[in-house]
Design a binder for this molecule. Structure first.
Ligand SMILES: CC(C)(COP(=O)(O)OP(=O)(O)OC[C@H]1O[C@@H](n2cnc3c(N)ncnc32)[C@H](O)[C@@H]1OP(=O)(O)O)[C@@H](O)C(=O)NCCC(=O)NCCS
Length: 142
């Protein structure tokens, strides 16, 4: 295993860690009964962001193997700009582990605020869906 962390997780960090993978506006169709953005929509964005980064890293298709330590820190509101950042922290034989952070700008402006974070593991797979090795040296993670 090759450790690639660029810093320990810091819940009070004022800046996103990693690369911007998705930037999108939160829409009314994705609200929950409370009027906030549905957590499942946020998780979907995080999964897609992590998957794109992992697939680029692995230079092949990847599948989501695990999600852990997901924390919803603040609600997301309709009209917020939602940004997903991905940070590759470990490349194994066939797996890629990433920290994914979601930050928003309320109504598209002002300071960035971290709203959600989690750890994802993706596995590189071949055409049959079987795990295949990842060339760590070729993994572009920054
Ligand atoms: C992910 C999957 C390919 C792993 O297949 P498998 O035969 O169990 O593979 P292995 O046991 O050889 O493990 C492969 C790698 O995945 C890692 N892994 C497997 N399950 C894991 C888990 N729950 N958490 C973290 N890592 C995991 C292993 O540590 C291993 O990493 P390494 O090669 O870097 O050491 C298989 O379980 C699968 O296809 N799952 C369904 C994926 C899916 O449908 N995702 C949602 C849609 S994308």
């Amino acid at each position: 295993m090759q450790r690639m962390s660029r810093g320990q997780p810091d819940q009070h960090c004022a800046e996103p860690r990693g690369e911007l993978a998705i930037r999108v506006m939160a829409m009314p169709a994705d609200t929950n009964p409370m009027g906030h953005i549905f957590g499942g929509w946020i998780m979907s964005m995080m999964d897609a962001a992590g998957k794109m980064t992992a697939a680029t890293c692995a230079s092949c298709q990847v599948v989501t193997a695990a999600v852990s330590n997901i924390s919803f820190l603040q609600p997301v509101n309709v009209g917020d700009t939602v940004c997903c950042y991905t940070d590759v922290v470990n490349v194994g034989n066939t797996s890629i582990a990433l920290d994914v952070e979601v930050w928003v700008r309320r109504q598209g402006h002002g300071e960035r605020l971290k709203v959600t974070e989690a750890q994802f593991t993706f596995v590189a797979v071949d055409e049959e869906g079987a795990p295949r090795p990842v060339a760590a040296a070729e993994c572009r993670y920054n």
